[in-house]
Design a protein around this ligand. Structure first.
Ligand code: CA
Length: 225
């Protein structure tokens, strides 16, 4: 059974999330301040965290940064207020794996959570290759030029999409539809931030550039060697 930590100071929302997740078979622990959330995440066994951003006693972004800098590697899904695109970008940049904008449908939360928790189920090994980059889709490992690259879940999905479509121009609309499953409008900044994060991890001095920008259109992953 997966154990989920919910950090949320709105008591009604917290209670309904807890009840819904328990009915769906999750074990749930809760916290109502940033301090408490940080403490719970670092002292209890937790498989995933739902993290509100506006929290008393250490805001969500700070909690996230503190957890990531301390080596906490479990998925974190942030819950943000409507229209605070900047919060989302900062959250993703601080190590969140995904976000939901309040108010959200509970079914959407369940779907995102399942995706974050999806584990190796012993399916056939699926490898993707471009140039010196290898992706193991089952083990969720990425190796470039012999060196493993640590990616967040979303970064991994984005890179896998690029690599599956290698040598094809991928537009931001395609990424919004197929990787984020959301309309393009809200995502322009988020997509660019992610591609930037991915580049920092994938492109290294001395190696061929793989992720190319196609001005005004999108991106293409290509092995130029
Ligand atoms: Ca709040």
């Amino acid at each position: 059974m997966s154990r989920v930590l919910i950090v949320e100071d709105e008591k009604k929302l917290l209670a309904s999330l807890k009840k819904g997740l328990e009915q769906d078979g999750y074990e749930v622990i809760t916290a109502t301040t940033g301090e408490e959330g940080y403490y719970a995440a670092t002292t209890e066994k937790v498989d995933a965290v739902l993290l509100d951003l506006m929290l008393p006693r250490r805001d969500g972004i700070q909690v996230l940064r503190d957890l990531r800098s301390g080596g906490f590697s479990q998925p974190v899904l942030i819950l943000t207020a409507r229209d605070s695109v900047d919060d989302r970008v900062v959250g993703l940049d601080s190590g969140a794996d995904d976000y939901l904008v309040k108010p959200f449908a509970f079914a959407e939360l369940l779907a995102r959570l399942r995706a974050l928790l999806r584990r190796d189920t012993g399916e056939r090994k699926l490898m993707l290759l471009v140039g010196d980059l290898e992706m193991d889709l089952v083990a969720r490992r990425v190796v470039r030029d012999g060196e493993e690259i640590e990616l967040s879940l979303r970064e991994f999905e984005l890179l896998a999409y690029f690599v599956r479509n290698a040598d094809t121009v991928v537009t931001r609309d395609m990424l919004a539809r197929d990787v984020w499953h959301e309309p393009m409008g809200v995502l322009t900044n988020v997509i660019d931030v992610y591609v930037g994060l991915l580049r920092k991890k994938v492109e290294r001095p001395g190696l061929q550039q793989l992720i190319h920008t196609v001005r005004g259109v999108g991106y293409v992953v290509r092995d130029a060697s």
